[in-house]
Design a protein around this ligand. Structure first.
Ligand code: M6R
Length: 619
């Protein structure tokens, strides 16, 4: 949640910070703020409720000069979204300003302690407690900012990524992290002097430099204008910065002619999945090569159980992964909501494999779940999209999705990337365990290779939905039904609609409908049924009959050439035929398009839905 950007160098900081905030806005957009030190040595702060554009409008005509600055876009946790609670926060003497991402869990106790020491507060935030605590440490220990940050953070319980400016030292920038990501970009200004960028992810840094350092938990960094960068941990032990090259291109962060990132990312799926499977499917031998398991084959061959931890959309893809791995590898798989798993003292054995599925690789609950599993001795495998993310670094091995940055808050290409990666993993394990016949294995590999083309077909053949979607503007509820592999797709379709169009929707196993949800069905109720001509087709047809006899509106996803379900539907989407286990990769596409166009028809902000943010780095 929240986005941090920072700069120290020879350039004017404000344009760099504002551009960075726009790139980070997908992480939170309740308020935005910037702090700069100008040439007169003044420590300036500007804040505005709402989007970054509101901040830009509010600073018009004001002094935004300075070659050092920090900025923030907020997703509110403590304190409502308003200007007072927006970051950056001043310390009491106004010598410091601080921006923060994360949650300080013991902020109430810290605040009470500071108030006893005559420190006063303007906001309701945990962040202001942090900046006051740092100032208190500076004053009470007569130390410099860096030492004060070390001392302050030793008293803090919770997660943080912070950046701090000090008025009396306008040539240095201090930052620290624990549990919330922070990246330092190392660039060169026009005169050849080193300059530093800060970002809560790589998106605000990439257009300035590809050389970055991922700060580790409990590390504090100081950067200054001479090009000095020093990193220590909370125990004051010096750390050696590891410079790595970013693997990302700027055009991946642009809308590229699409109206929204979400639409771009939906249409990108065929190519994104081609990249995901490239080098991992060897069509000459009809084989699967997954480097993440090569050195850890025994863990997968000998494990008694696989547990997959995830949240939201990633939890849905994990469920599809469970069906696939159980069928192909004959290993029991449990899929857990990471937020539940981490707090219920689960039974984990040292011969369990625990897989974390996460687009961002930063979801706080998923990270905590695998940390728990690590303590209990399990082997950890990460399936993430963001390279160098916390989950990717906390796991023993893993596979990146390589579907490119996903900016739209509603996950689309990451979902299909996760499903196909879990299929690759299942095939790779099945090969080692010899749980599939050669014929079946080769056939599944061949079919998987064809999925990107079939996705393209699906996109090309379901274009009319923009008009039909207008019919649903006034709907209050939707029901989504699917069986087997398509039950998680029904849940994913419902989640997509909920999050971007604010229409209540539920995804259900089709057969469960008669145990409750059917009571909701009337002529007002659209029911989306995933009904490919595969698996339990006849049973799904019966479910459709049941809905029709209660006058429900049927929107179906059918296999090309099917006339029966088409004939029973008020509207239908067509997908090409494929194996049961791969249907989710195609069936989800029309559901993504449906939710997108319903949200557009309702005038909703598709890329930045209310109350949501892209990566949930708080509990
Ligand atoms: O980054 P992650 O995959 O760990 O994120 C998990 C969920 O927060 C995420 O999938 C969320 O449900 C999306 N907004 C769904 O579109």
């Amino acid at each position: 949640m929240c986005g941090i950007v920072g700069y120290i160098g020879e350039e004017q900081a404000y344009p760099i910070l504002i551009k960075g905030l726009h790139r980070l806005e997908y992480r939170g957009y309740d308020s935005a703020g910037v702090s700069l030190i100008n040439a007169k040595g003044e420590l300036l702060v500007y804040k505005a409720k709402g989007k970054v554009s509101a901040l830009e409008a509010s600073v018009e005509g004001k002094d935004v000069s300075g070659t050092i600055g920090i900025a923030h876009t907020r997703w509110a946790t403590h304190g409502e979204p308003n200007e007072t609670n927006a970051h950056p926060h001043y310390s009491q003497s106004k010598n410091l300003t601080l921006v923060h991402n994360g949650i300080i869990e013991n902020y109430k106790a810290l605040r009470a302690e500071l108030e006893k020491n005559n420190m006063t507060f303007c906001s309701e935030t945990d962040t202001e407690v942090l900046v006051q605590l740092v100032e208190y440490m500076m004053n009470s220990h007569h130390c410099d900012l860096y030492t004060a940050v070390q001392l302050a953070l030793k008293n803090v319980v919770g997660a943080y990524a912070i950046a701090i400016l000090e008025k009396s030292h306008p040539d240095q920038l201090v930052c620290a992290r624990k549990g919330s990501p922070l990246i330092i970009g190392v660039g060169k200004s026009a005169t050849g002097r080193k300059e530093f960028f800060l970002g809560s992810d790589a998106t605000p840094i990439i257009e300035h430099t590809k050389d970055v350092i991922y700060l580790n938990d409990e590390e504090i960094a100081i950067m200054d204008r001479t090009g000095r960068l020093e990193i220590t941990n909370l125990a004051n032990v010096k750390q050696t910065p590891q410079l790595v090259k970013l693997q990302m291109n700027l055009d991946e962060l642009e809308k590229g002619g699409y109206a929204h990132f979400m639409l771009k990312e939906i249409w990108e799926q065929p190519n994104a999945l081609r990249t995901c499977i490239r080098g991992r499917l060897n069509m000459a031998d009809k084989d699967v090569l997954l480097s993440g398991i090569i050195d850890h084959k025994d863990k997968f061959i000998n494990c008694k159980r696989i547990i997959i931890c995830a949240c939201g959309t990633s939890w849905h893809s994990a469920l599809i992964g469970k069906y696939f791995i159980e069928e192909a590898c004959q290993i029991p798989v449990e899929v857990e909501y990471a937020s539940e798993f981490r707090y219920r003292n689960p039974v984990i054995h040292s011969d369990d494999v625990v897989i974390a599925v996460s687009q961002s690789g930063e979801t706080a609950d998923t990270l905590a779940a695998i940390q728990l599993a690590k303590e209990k001795g399990a082997f950890l495998y990460g399936i993430c999209n963001v390279i160098g993310s916390s989950i990717a670094r906390a796991t023993h091995s893993g596979t990146y999705l390589h579907v490119g940055p996903e900016i739209g808050v509603a996950s689309t290409k990451a979902f299909t990337g996760q499903v196909i990666t879990l299929a690759l993993l299942g095939l790779a394990i099945a090969k080692e365990k010899k749980t599939l016949s050669d014929d079946m294995f080769h056939m599944l590999v061949e079919e998987l290779q064809m999925i990107p083309d079939k996705m393209q077909w699906t996109l090309e053949h379901n274009k009319g939905i923009d008009e039909y979607a207008k019919t649903f503007t006034y709907c209050k509820n939707f029901l989504y039904l699917g069986r087997g592999y398509n039950y998680p797709v029904a849940m994913e379709g419902a989640l997509k609609l909920k999050e971007i169009s604010y229409i209540h929707a539920e995804g259900y196993p089709a057969a469960e409908m008669k145990h409750g949800p059917i009571a909701l069905v009337d002529e007002e109720m659209p029911v989306v049924v995933i009904a490919p001509k595969r698996g339990n087709y006849d049973k799904v047809v019966s479910n459709i009959q049941e809905i029709k006899s209660r006058k429900g509106k049927i929107i179906s996803v059918v296999t090309e050439g099917d006339t029966v379900v088409k004939g029973m539907s008020d509207y239908y989407f067509t997908i090409p035929d494929t194996r049961d286990c791969y249907v989710p990769l195609l069936a989800v596409i029309p559901l993504q398009l449906l939710s997108y166009y319903v949200a557009i028809a309702k005038g909703c902000n598709v890329d930045q839905p209310r109350n949501l943010a892209k990566s949930v780095t708080v509990e």
